[in-house]
Design a protein around this ligand. Structure first.
Ligand SMILES: Cc1ncc(COP(=O)(O)O)c(C=O)c1O
Length: 353
């Protein structure tokens, strides 16, 4: 079985398939990594309690360290939740990121897919779709969404998530994957909001542009759940370099906050530019809060489109691998202006305009 993700372009081709901070990892983080390697960190085991990391996360996001579970990237969170909670059903607003179909199949968990509704140039999450499921069909389930959503880019406001919450089945939880939340002002985050049956998953992969390091965390106010997850967590699930470097960034509060602000402004500006250019080619472009845009190009579809793009030196995410989308959709990452301009020129060549 092949796991399909972005970030595997052919050699020498400009990669628009993996949505990361276009500014790249901050210099400070790289310096800490170099220093840790030189200091011999890789010859030691990480601290299995990750108390320094938890305290650093707690200080930065102003949340209780007791509510934090260290993760080997956000992706690990869903696997742990499925394995420990063994929900009867996984109810998923699609399209969304993740290997939840394969993981659920392996564990014998049923999936119920609820569609995000496409309305003009945005996708909308309808809480009623969950509310209308009969109670006996949604008890002991996990409801999963990513916010901002990958790949549609939509940011679901917290009042909507509260409506979802009121429709949860008995013994169920909402899992909110906030891997891209640092690209927004953060006001819609569910961390620290006092909702016991919400579970938030966060990642440092996207904002710090470090997919190779693998570090994130899970936030929950349900201590019983956390202790079950902690019992299942393997003792050294985050490597020592990732832990040390990200903890250092988190403790450098002002520097990290400035970096996040600068990244958010940069991405917003470039995303707007790209949005307008692609729209002017007659394509449907969806409003996004992440470092990427979902584009619909009826007429010219994947996999033929991807081959033509590669011939022209660029590579995008063929979004047909997301449940609910077809080869008419691509997800393109927001990069630096010189790269974004290349993408626009290639799209202009292929789509006219
Ligand atoms: C919504 C979402 N969650 C989680 C992940 C995976 O994050 P990590 O690399 O931290 O496991 C991704 C990666 O694309 C993502 O888009």
């Amino acid at each position: 079985m092949v796991k399909i993700h972005g970030g595997n372009p052919p050699e020498g081709v400009l990669d628009f398939s993996s949505p990361l901070n276009p500014l790249g990892p901050p210099r400070l983080l790289l310096n800490v990594l170099f220093n840790e390697i030189e200091g011999g960190a890789v010859s030691r085991y990480p601290d299995p309690s990750y108390s320094d990391f938890k305290n650093s996360v707690s200080m930065f996001y102003n949340i209780d360290p007791e509510n934090i579970l260290p993760l080997n990237g956000a992706a690990e969170g869903l696997y742990m939740l499925l394995a420990v909670l063994k929900p009867r059903r996984l109810i998923v607003y699609e399209p969304t990121f993740g290997d939840h179909w394969e993981a659920s199949r392996s564990l014998g968990i049923d999936i119920v897919a609820l569609p995000l509704i496409s309305e003009g140039n945005r996708y909308v999450l309808e809480p009623d779709l969950l509310c209308n499921i009969p109670e006996r069909e949604k008890e002991n389930s996990l409801v999963l969404l990513s916010n901002p959503n990958n790949p549609t880019g939509v940011l679901v406001r917290s009042r909507k998530i509260k409506s979802l919450y009121s429709c949860l089945g008995n013994g169920s939880y909402i899992v909110i994957d906030e891997a891209f939340m640092d690209f927004t002002t953060g006001s819609e985050s569910f961390m620290g909001k006092g909702f016991e049956r919400t579970i938030v998953i966060r990642s440092f992969t996207k904002i710090l542009s470090i997919p190779g390091l693998r570090i994130g965390f899970l936030y929950s106010e349900d201590r019983d759940l956390l202790s079950r997850l902690e019992g299942f967590r393997q003792p050294w699930n985050i490597n020592i370099l990732a832990e040390r470097a990200v903890s250092f960034m988190l403790r450098s509060i002002d520097i990290f906050k400035d970096f996040i602000r600068e990244s958010r402004d940069f991405v917003k500006n470039e995303r707007e530019w790209l949005y307008k250019k692609l729209k002017s080619l007659g394509l449907t472009v969806y409003r996004s809060w992440g470092p990427f845009l979902l584009v619909r190009h009826s007429g010219y579809t994947h996999p033929e489109l991807q081959s033509a793009l590669i011939d022209n030196g660029i590579y995008v995410r063929d979004a047909s691998s997301f449940h609910g989308l077809s080869g008419e959709y691509s997800r393109v990452s927001v990069k630096l202006r010189k790269d974004n301009a290349i993408l626009v020129e290639v799209f202009r060549k292929l789509f006219g305009g």
